[in-house]
Structures are given as C-alpha cells and as structure tokens.
Ligand binder design. Structure first.
Ligand code: ADP
Ligand code: MG
Length: 465
C-alpha cells in the first residue's frame, strides 16, 4: 500500500513524515493473501488442539452439551468476572427467548486484581443480595449461581476447573493450577454466605448460550473486549482428545482460547517492532499474541509505541513528549475509537486528546492527522485479523452454513470501535462462498456473558445430564 490511498496521505507533511506513515501502512494493512495464509495456519492449530491437550489453541471442552430451548422460565443468579468489571446479576427468563436482567457492577480494585480477588467477588455477591433482601437464611437451601470466568481454565466438570494462567492484567498469586470454583466457594464460606456455584463457564461460552436462548441457530460466541476469545458448538466425534461420555446431543461447546494463537513461534501474525515492544513489557510476554493485536487492553499501547517512535524521529509534535505519553498504558483504546472518526475540519477531538489527556500543547494539523492515521491503522488491522479466527471456525463445520446461523458477539471493541463490525464482516465475506456467507448473521450479544452464566445455572437445575 502507498500514499496513493488518500486516507493515509497527510496534508502538509514533509517527505520524511509521509515516508514514515507509508512504512506503517505497509506493516499494518494486510492483504487477503496474507490473511489467507494466517487462516490456514489457524485451522491447522485448531485441529492440533482438538487432538491433544497442551497445544497453542487449547480448544477446551466446556462440559456444556445442551442448547437452551428458549422456552425455559424462572429467575437465576450469576456472577460475571470480566477483565475490567465484576457484575452480579439476577436474570428472569420469560420463556419466549427474552431475559430481564438486573445487575450491579463492581469495579475491580488494584488490590483485588493483584491479591484479594475471590474475597472481593464474595463480598460483592453479599452486597448484591443484601441490598435486595435476597440473602439466603440458615433455613433456606443454598442459592445456586452460575459463574462466568473469562480467563483460561481447564474445565474438569460443569462446575469445576483449574486456572491455566492469568491474562488481561489480572495477577493474583496462588491461583494457577487450582480450582477457581473452590477458591470462590471458600471465600463465600468465609463470609457465611449460602451460595453454591453450580456452573462455571468462560465468557465466550456464556455469550454463545445467551445468543442461543434468543435464537436456536446460534453456533458461535465471540468476545472482542478487554481480551478476545471465542466458543462454538463442535461435533463430539471431532474432539479426538475427549475421553468422557458421549452426550446425547452429540455436541459440546468448546472454549477455543484463541487469543493464544501464534504465541509459540511468532511466525504467522504480522508482528511489528511496536508489537514486540508491547509484548516484552507486558505481564505475560510471549503469550496471547493474537489477543495483543486485537483487543482493547492492548491497542492503545500499540498506538502509543508508534507515536513515540515518530516523536523520537522528530516526525511528530516536534519531538516533544510528556510524562503521561511516556508512561506505559497511558492511551486508552477508547481514544483511538474517537480519533479514528474525528471528521471535524481541525480534528478538534484529537486536539483535545493531545492537549488535555496527554498534556502536550501546540499540536499542528499535521500532528493531528498523523494521530488519526495511527488510530485507523491499528484498528483496521485488529478488525481484519479478527476475521481470521471467525473464518477458520466457520469453515470447520461448513455444512452448518447451508442454513442460517447466528454468531453472537460481545465486547466494547466490537460495539464501539468505528467500522469494526463492517470491516470484520467484509473480510469474512472474502473467504466464505457467497451462498454460505449470506446465511451468517452477526449479532451483538450485549452483556451475553452474564446472562449465559445464569443460563448454565438454569440448565443445571432443569436437566439431568
Ligand atoms: P470486558 O472485556 O472486561 O468484559 P469490555 O467489553 O467493556 O469489558 O471491554 C473493555 C475494553 O474495551 C477496555 O480495554 C477498553 O479500553 C476498551 N474500550 C472501552 N471503550 C471503548 C471504545 N469506545 N472503543 C474501543 N475500545 C474501548
Ligand atoms: Mg465482557
């Protein structure tokens, strides 16, 4: 790609500035051919993960073998532990595919993220129930709850699983290798709270289930939020490593843990020096390579690395930086969202970010245009790469595309990043035959992960197997 594409032409730029932007564009804009090669490798890694444990794509059996029918009714409770927030939910299913949700959000404190996580969760559940007068008394049976836990867990039953590693900025010592339900159940016990965790699901599994309650054709659930991951219904006979009983439905939801793709050899994804720098300074170097190019926790930091690379060559802001711009993680991905769609004549939105947020005065129009191009390049690469996992997964069971299917997607990146949905869908269309592609319905499954945990609690209470 070259500056022939007007979106990457900086009006009034010096040749050196334009050359640097062209270099970035050539690194960040991925051809279909390049994506095709990555999709092929992704598919190979899926097969590898279906065959054996301990592979890059973990393809984790979720023990969820049913689909909700959409006709189930009742009120169920759930805990949704995401990357940024904790939510406690009360969900009432209406039997017609609809669910009324009441929830309370608790922001994870730094102490919770690094030390007291499970006590913090238990305390939040207590607060939620107490404030609504729902706290079970000694006379009552324990209240069943579903738990959505959006970190890689090797599931050992529908309500137990051991933590593989922390991702997305959480780092609580003493948890890896232990059963996270046990850890939470112990914390609940310490508070004397009569709550029993009956189901443990990954947030992607929850997103898929909540989409499936509304629409029985749902086949895949995806998150593009703080991190990224996906789950889908797989034919049990295709899960060669599965040694458990064959479910009557013949299928099981798999948690792909796709954020790890290419983390072992770093040889397929389009790593730039800016990505490598981020990876090296992250709390989980050489892990979650795919996630680090796609999700909200990281894109702002990639942009910051690019900006400093330009500043240090005196191609941006006359070589000036600030304490804030020098600090890691200081650019939130939401600033890229607003920057990428700033169409005001003077780019005032971007000017605000540079001057107010980053505390650097006197930005020029050229500076602001460069910020905008950086935001677009980082976001567009993320959306194009997102299609890789989607295409590889949908092409795994191609016969399903002979009739309409739904893909439920949640997360702030998908919901708010400008054109993320459009670029994702457009890119997918290049890799799937037209008649099949037209059967795919991408829907926003907003807050699906929490509702999904309540659905698993409901499934556990309603059905035997
Ligand atoms: P979680 O993944 O914890 O469930 P979200 O789906 O809300 O939560 O994702 C939060 C992530 O999305 C954060 O990394 C944040 O920087 C990013 N984010 C928040 N708002 C926006 C936005 N408007 N555009 C792009 N990214 C955003
Ligand atoms: Mg979420």
């Amino acid at each position: 790609m070259s500056s022939a594409d007007s979106r990457y032409t900086i009006v009034g730029a010096t040749p050196e500035q334009q050359a640097a932007i062209d270099e970035l564009a050539s690194q960040f804009l991925l051809s279909d051919e390049r994506l095709g090669a990555i999709i092929k490798e992704f598919r190979r890694r899926m097969e590898e993960g279906l065959a054996a444990d301990g592979k890059v794509l973990k393809m984790i059996p979720s023990y969820v073998t049913r689909r909700p029918l959409g006709t189930e009714t009742g009120t169920y409770f759930a805990i949704d532990l995401g990357g940024t927030n904790l939510r406690v939910l009360k969900v009432t299913f209406d039997g017609k595919g609809g669910a009324a949700t009441e929830y309370q959000k608790f922001v994870l404190s730094e102490e919770a993220k690094n030390r007291t996580l499970f006590d913090f969760v238990a305390q939040s559940v207590d607060t939620f129930l107490e404030e609504r007068n729902l706290r079970p008394t000694g006379q009552q049976p324990p209240m069943p709850m579903g738990l959505t836990f959006s970190y890689p867990v090797l599931q050992t039953s529908i309500n137990s699983g051991t933590l593989v590693q922390w991702t997305k900025g959480l780092n609580v010592p003493g948890c890896v290798g232990r059963d996270v339900v046990r850890l939470l159940q112990d914390a609940l016990l310490r508070l004397g709270l009569r709550v029993k965790i009956v189901a443990l699901v990954n947030d992607t599994v929850g997103t898929l289930l909540s989409a499936a309650y509304r629409d029985p054709t749902a086949q895949m659930g995806i998150i593009f939020g703080t991190g990224t991951n996906a789950a889908y219904y797989e034919d049990v006979t295709s899960i060669a490593k599965w040694k458990g009983p064959s479910p009557s439905s013949g299928e099981m939801v798999l948690n792909m843990e796709w954020g790890a793709f290419d983390s072992d050899d770093f040889s397929y994804l389009p790593f730039t020096p800016h990505d490598i720098k981020l990876d090296r300074k992250s709390i989980n170097p050489r892990k979650q390579a795919y996630e680090k190019m796609i999700s909200g926790l990281y894109l702002g930091e990639i942009a910051r690395n690019i900006i400093l690379w330009l500043v240090d060559q005196r191609l941006l802001l006359e070589g000036r930086s600030s304490e804030i711009l020098n600090a890691m993680w200081s650019i939130d991905t939401s600033y890229l969202s607003s920057g990428a769609v700033d169409t005001s004549p003077d780019l005032t939105e971007i000017q605000q970010v540079i001057e107010k947020t980053l505390n650097i005065n006197n930005s020029t129009f050229v500076d602001r245009q460069i910020f905008k191009v950086v935001a677009i390049l980082v976001g567009e690469r993320a959306a194009r790469l997102s299609a890789v996992g989607v295409v590889a997964t949908l092409n795994k069971r191609p016969h399903l595309l002979n009739s309409p299917i739904t893909v439920g997607i949640d997360g702030s990146m998908y919901e708010h990043y400008p054109y993320f949905h459009e670029i994702l869908v457009e890119t997918v269309s290049h890799f799937i035959p037209r008649e099949s592609f037209e059967n795919i319905n991408f829907t926003l499954a907003k807050d699906g992960s929490g509702v999904g945990a309540a659905i698993t609690a409901m499934l556990a209470a309603t059905y035997d197997d």
